[in-house]
Design a protein around this ligand. Structure first.
Ligand code: PLP
Length: 379
């Protein structure tokens, strides 16, 4: 197999046979001419079912995650919904990591619960608790976000896969924060990888999208059936934008990781900061497992303020290079207050996040400029 960056640029992306175009064409079409009834060219019939630009992205994603099949969706949540409604039935339960993206929690606890799918929040670092949670026959999925949003907890993917498979449960890993450049969960035993491609895979804050990648071909077939039947597909232009961005994923992640590492160390020494959550710091509680299963620590840094919620809100409002905004993973740096913004839907639940927490999506600007911005905001 060729290296990651080579696959990011070439997998599924041979020059167009008709014209030699080096960049895969953007197929903005809903339908395809048939050569006689049922005479499809290359299997294309209707763009919800299949579109060549989406297919190219799906092939590239499968290659980067080392899976057998990739599927691209209109958003990360559309991917999650399609996955959960494919594999779960009424009466089933989902073992949910103790912190996860607020929208994932909302989907599971508010949208799927009325259809008879329950969930149990579990600390995925407590492997005995995970074993107990998957013991009942009804446990269908372990949902693991690693590193998690926004607390940057890291779970041991290989250990969770062993527990999941001993009880016939599927291990799903949301790999949005790491990206396949830093972590490939399928190679560690996970069954399904989920992405919000809105984040690092898109990388330029200009496209909303989602993806699933699986190891097992039969599960891939079932998901592809539901992708078409439920219809939450990625549009061709969105697929093309993500495909364009994948080519620079490696160099972007190296720079995100380097900048975030510098900022995490700087924050650690700041008198206004109570705690810094970054898996690259040796004192992070999951540093050892992060160093084992990731090849870098990514661009997300969270920190807690000694001055509580008020101080956290003040910092968010005072930065200028760090833009106050939701989302993450773009080339530009963002700052946010998870308790009131991205994770507001987890308020009052076991997944509620602390109010003194600030989350940074560290971009690829010059790190000295980013440090100066934080310095004046924390002063
Ligand atoms: C870790 C994680 N997973 C999933 C999602 C949902 O993705 P989308 O917003 O593309 O629907 C997000 C969005 O912030 C996320 O941060």
């Amino acid at each position: 197999m060729t290296g990651f960056n080579t696959r990011a640029i070439h997998a599924g992306q041979d020059p167009d046979p008709a014209t030699g175009a080096v960049i895969p064409p953007l197929h903005l079409t809903t339908t395809y001419k048939q050569d006689g009834v049922g005479g499809l060219r290359g299997g294309y019939e209707y763009s919800r079912s299949a579109n060549p630009t989406r297919d190219t992205l799906q092939t590239a994603l499968a290659s980067l995650e080392q899976g057998t099949r990739g599927l691209a969706f209109a958003s990360g949540l559309a991917a999650e919904d399609t996955l959960l409604r494919t594999v779960c039935r009424p009466g089933d339960s989902i073992v949910l990591g103790g912190d996860a993206y607020g929208g994932t929690y909302r989907l599971i606890s508010r949208v799927l619960a009325p259809w008879g799918i329950s969930h149990q929040p579990v600390d995925l670092n407590d492997l005995d608790a995970v074993r107990a949670a998957v013991a009942p026959e009804t446990a269908r999925v372990i949902w693991c976000e690693t590193p998690s949003n926004p607390l940057l907890n890291v779970s041991d993917i290989a250990a969770l896969a062993e527990i999941a498979h001993a009880s016939g449960t599927l291990l799903v890993v949301d790999n949005t924060f790491a990206s396949p450049y830093l972590q490939q969960p399928l190679t560690l035993g996970a069954d399904v990888v989920v992405h919000s491609t809105t984040k690092y895979l898109g990388g330029h804050s200009d496209v909303v999208g989602g993806a699933l990648v699986v190891a097992d071909a039969d599960l891939g077939e079932r998901l592809a059936y539901h992708q078409n039947a439920m219809g939450g597909v990625a549009g061709p232009f969105d697929a093309w934008l993500v495909l364009r961005s994948l080519k620079t994923l490696g160099v972007r992640m190296d720079r995100h990781s380097a900048n975030a590492g510098r900022i995490a160390e700087w924050l650690l020494a700041h008198p206004a900061v109570d705690d810094v959550l970054y898996p690259g710091l040796p004192q992070h509680r999951n540093h050892e497992i992060a160093a084992k299963q990731m090849s870098g620590f990514g661009g997300m840094v969270s920190f807690r303020l000694k001055g509580g919620e008020e101080a956290a809100l003040r910092v968010c409002e005072r930065t200028s290079l760090f833009t106050l905004a939701e989302s993450l993973g773009g080339v530009e740096s963002l700052i946010e207050h998870p308790h009131r913004m991205t994770h507001a839907s987890a308020a009052g639940s076991p997944l509620e996040v602390p109010a003194d927490l600030v989350r940074l999506s560290v971009g690829i600007e010059d790190v000295d400029d980013l440090l100066a911005d934080l310095d004046q905001a924390l002063a």
